[in-house]
Write a protein that binds this ligand. Structure first.
Ligand code: ATP
Ligand code: MG
Length: 388
């Protein structure tokens, strides 16, 4: 007998109750598997939805759309009797900072009918060190699936900043312990290859008493993404040596956009272990954003930055307009910053701060930002910044 504050329970009852709970859970999972029905969006439809938010990056959007479509097909036909088993193709995306990697992931997440989570690889460390275990990725997926294990097992996981777990100091043997690098890559392997993983339902290491939930990762699609700084140089180096061997005359190499030639080999040189590269069979890249793309990003998407500010002012009953030259000025500054679209926000914010401070008090009901004003505000803010 086990005694509590107000009662007691015998061993038999505990066992019977545990069995009942397990049966109920299994029943729920079976049903979840049986009831899985989604509207299958064609790749072109997925891409069209992405187009509403993500400017350019056609190549990456196509690859992701196909991958997501195939993912749905695979899980819908999983368990059918014929013996052709469709394997998943995890994807990895490379592209400079601020080119839309995370944006693509978030936009996909919004339209999906399977659980989806974004994990940030920078927080992972080897077991035993301060940080998170990689299994916590699946905790998040479980949460996204309302702890319906069968549902989680057909989800999609986005691993952001995957380049940050590259082996560090490949040429520095004095680093004997690579806490956040290779060890983390090793533990990721297990998740990626499709195995049964014990997942702490509450995540983290703070609840040692929690019971683990077993999650089969076989059908979970993993999409990795990272900026992989200087990967273009690695690619260029490889191409250079190869090109000489393969008759360089017949090939023209687009030197300004080396990422398009990326291959698994380059990730290896970058510091990912070969086994990990092998588990991301699909590689895609995002282009650096030029002025034309930046201008479109500023004005076109459903939640374009300019539209956001217009809305902000509209809520105060003020009509805000940007002159075309002001927009060109912002784009010009963003190109100089080299932070991709990420730079746009900080520039526009600098230009608008003053107006946002003054206008709610003023009687004027309309404001137009022309180039002169934009330039004044921006340069003033930079100046102030230097003085601080
Ligand atoms: N292709 C794009 N189309 C529309 N907006 C974009 C695009 N690329 C970037 N942006 C805008 O810039 C912001 C930053 O982009 P995002 O977070 O996707 O960058 P990232 O590629 O993940 O960069 P990082 O490597 O620094 O994480 C987004 O909030 C988005 O508004
Ligand atoms: Mg990002």
């Amino acid at each position: 007998m086990i005694y509590g504050l107000t009662g007691a329970i015998c061993e038999n009852c505990i066992r019977t109750a545990a069995d009942l709970i397990r049966d109920a859970q299994q029943q729920k999972q079976m049903e979840s598997k049986k009831n899985f029905q989604v509207k299958l969006l064609k790749p072109s439809e997925i891409k069209r939805r992405l187009d509403q938010y993500v400017i350019g990056q056609d190549e990456a959007k196509k690859v992701i759309s196909v991958a997501v479509y195939n993912h749905y097909k695979r899980i819908m036909y999983a368990g059918s009797t014929d013996d052709v088993e469709i394997e998943k193709s995890n994807i990895v995306m490379v592209g400079d900072t601020g080119t839309g990697k995370t944006l693509i992931a978030k936009t996909i997440a919004k339209m999906l009918e399977v659980p989806f989570c974004i994990a940030d690889a920078t927080v992972f460390t080897e077991a035993g060190y301060v940080g998170e275990d990689v299994e916590s990725i699946l905790t998040r997926l479980l949460q996204a699936a309302d702890y319906d294990v069968a549902k989680a097992e057909r989800g999609i996981v986005f691993i952001d900043e995957i380049d940050k777990i590259a082996r560090k100091g490949a040429d520095n043997p004095s680093i004997t312990r690579d806490v956040s690098g290779e060890g983390v890559q090793q533990s990721l392997l297990k998740l990626l290859e499709g195995s049964k993983v014990n997942v702490p339902p509450q995540g983290g290491r703070k609840h040692p008493e929690q019971q683990f939930i077993e999650v089969d990762t076989q059908n979970i699609l993993f999409i990795g993404s990272g900026a992989f700084n200087n990967l273009d140089k690695i690619i260029a180096e490889r191409m250079n040596t190869n090109v000489i061997g393969y008759n360089a005359k017949n090939r023209t190499v687009d030197k300004d956009n080396m990422l398009q030639y990326v291959s698994a080999q380059d990730f290896k040189t970058f510091g990912l272990i070969p086994e990990l590269c092998g588990r991301f069979p699909v590689i895609t890249y995002l282009n650096a954003l030029d002025a034309t793309a930046l201008k479109r990003i500023l004005t076109e998407p459903k939640n374009a930055l300019i539209k956001q500010y217009v809305k902000l002012f509209e809520l105060d009953g003020i009509r805000l307009e940007f002159a075309d030259e002001a927009i060109d000025y912002i784009v010009e500054k963003a190109v100089e910053l080299k932070l991709g679209a990420r730079g746009l926000r900080s520039i526009v914010e600098k230009i608008m701060t003053n107006a946002m401070y003054c206008f709610p008090d003023s009687k004027d009901k309309a404001i137009t930002i022309d180039k002169k004003y934009a330039q004044e505000q921006f340069e003033h803010s930079i100046f102030r910044f230097l003085e601080d």
